[in-house]
Design a protein around this ligand. Structure first.
Ligand code: AMP
Length: 439
């Protein structure tokens, strides 16, 4: 019952070494998901959590898991783990592992993290003696299972984090395979920012009589953030970006690009104009991504250019501005993106660039957040052409934009599977549309 929720950490029945670690971390009050989830998890219930990063969900599951590990006091066998946390991205895996290590610093437990894109030897070595908590991305975990370096028999707790993103990233088959290795009797936790039917179905196959907790529904997180949209022709986006970044109040900025290639191009352009920025995306090596994040966290780099997937799980406080260089075609991604700012109750600003095609996405986003986003006309690249451009359906806009990206990156003679247009230079479907729409 919500009215009986604990208001301070001292009211939660967590073991002393955990309470001590929380004091050292400066946490005094549990966030809503922590207040709701921790008592249920301590009681051993399965959990279905509808929550996104920024709500404190990692501590909501890590604290009671650590508490129960100490209470049951089993010993992990060599090449075994007692807890498995699956996350979709390496960055999130690293963060979750760090959280376990922070909250569990006063405990005699072993924590390990495994993810792809780096050599596996140190990971194999870390697992050899057995660990209490293993945080893993699905692909690398499957590789290690196949080679016999990790066994999931005897697992006590299974956590699936960011299930919706797992699905988006095509990990569903790996997850189903991993599930087959898990013992039938286990404690299950399942988190997802959104709960479309396919995710509900997956949750049903994993959880037994779960407690369901929903915090900060995706459509309401946007309320703390001041949001603006700037109508601009596509070719002027980069000069507009350069222009607005001259404002020194923009102290720590994430710029979202739809593609990895686009992210690199933006970073190059800014650099040429004397603005220190770095791109972070899946084509960069793990060490380059970590370095970029560290530089951003320390303030060395003022502007980080990211794709949606790379940005997922980036947990950097005091991001003052989020800029959507490209508007996402999934409205929920918009909410995730702008949620990078205004964390922990701070305020933040999100500015979205919108070209003619993207007006379709803007409309969907405004529908999701339940309000219209203020248009800034007072900027040198404001485009009345975009204002007047005909609104098309979001699916058509996506096909046109994907078609154009395909043109840039693929064999020009292959068919674009999305719109079945032959990708030949100068016959861009987008250009055809733009001509029609503006005539
Ligand atoms: P998460 O949603 O797990 O990614 O957590 C978001 C951020 O909130 C992280 O930087 C945590 O360290 C921080 N955090 C989590 N719980 C609390 C709390 N109860 N009090 C203060 N900060 C917290």
């Amino acid at each position: 019952m919500k009215q009986d929720l604990p208001k301070t950490f001292s009211e939660l029945k967590l073991i002393e070494p955990l309470k001590q670690a929380l004091i050292e971390a400066g946490y005094t009050h549990p966030t809503p998901i922590q207040a709701e989830a921790i008592p249920s998890l301590l009681a051993g219930h399965d959990l279905l959590g509808c929550a996104q990063t920024g709500t404190g969900k990692t501590a909501a599951f890590a604290l009671p898991i650590l508490h129960r590990l100490v209470e049951t006091n089993n010993k992990a066998l060599p090449r075994h783990t007692r807890v498995l946390v699956l996350t979709p991205t390496r960055e999130l895996a690293i963060q979750v592992h760090e959280s376990f290590a922070t909250y569990g610093k006063n405990l005699k437990l072993k924590y390990a993290v495994v993810f792809g894109g780096v050599g596996q030897s140190p990971q194999v070595k870390a697992l050899s003696g057995g660990v209490d908590v293993l945080v893993a991305t699905p692909g690398r975990l499957m590789d290690l299972i196949d080679q016999g370096f990790i066994k999931l028999t005897g697992l006590e707790v299974f956590v699936l984090d960011e299930a919706d993103r797992m699905l988006d990233m095509g990990f569903i088959h790996d997850i189903k395979k991993i599930l087959k290795f898990l013992p039938a009797k286990r404690h299950n936790l399942f988190f997802s920012a959104t709960m479309p039917p396919v995710i509900e179905k997956l949750a049903q196959t994993i959880l037994v009589k779960p407690v369901r907790i929903e915090v900060t529904p995706v459509s309401s997180t946007a309320e703390l953030i001041t949001q603006y949209v700037m109508f601009v022709d596509r070719e002027n986006k980069r000069v507009l970006l350069n222009h607005i970044l001259t404002d020194q109040n923009m102290k720590r900025v994430i710029v979202f690009s739809r593609t990895k290639h686009g992210a690199n191009k933006i970073a190059d352009f800014l650099e040429k104009n004397g603005i220190i920025s770095e791109a972070i995306h899946g084509n960069k090596s793990q060490s380059a991504r970590q370095r970029a994040l560290e530089n951003f966290k320390s303030g060395k780099t003022r502007v980080l250019i990211a794709t949606d997937i790379a940005a997922r799980g980036i947990d950097v406080d005091e991001i003052t501005h989020v800029i959507n260089y490209d508007l996402p075609n999934e409205s929920e991604s918009y909410v995730h993106r702008i949620g990078r700012t205004a964390r922990a109750g701070a305020s933040g600003v999100a500015i979205s660039f919108c070209d003619s095609e993207e007006k379709a996405f803007l409309k969907e986003i405004e529908k999701l957040i339940g309000k219209s986003i203020q248009v800034v006309k007072d900027q040198p690249y404001h485009s009345e052409k975009v204002v007047e451009a005909r609104l098309m359906s979001a699916s058509k806009a996506k096909a046109l934009i994907d078609g154009e990206n395909t043109l840039k990156t693929r064999n020009p003679h292959r068919r674009n599977p999305r719109n079945n247009q032959r990708s030949v230079k100068n016959s861009s479907p987008k250009k055809q549309h733009a001509n029609k729409g503006n005539s």
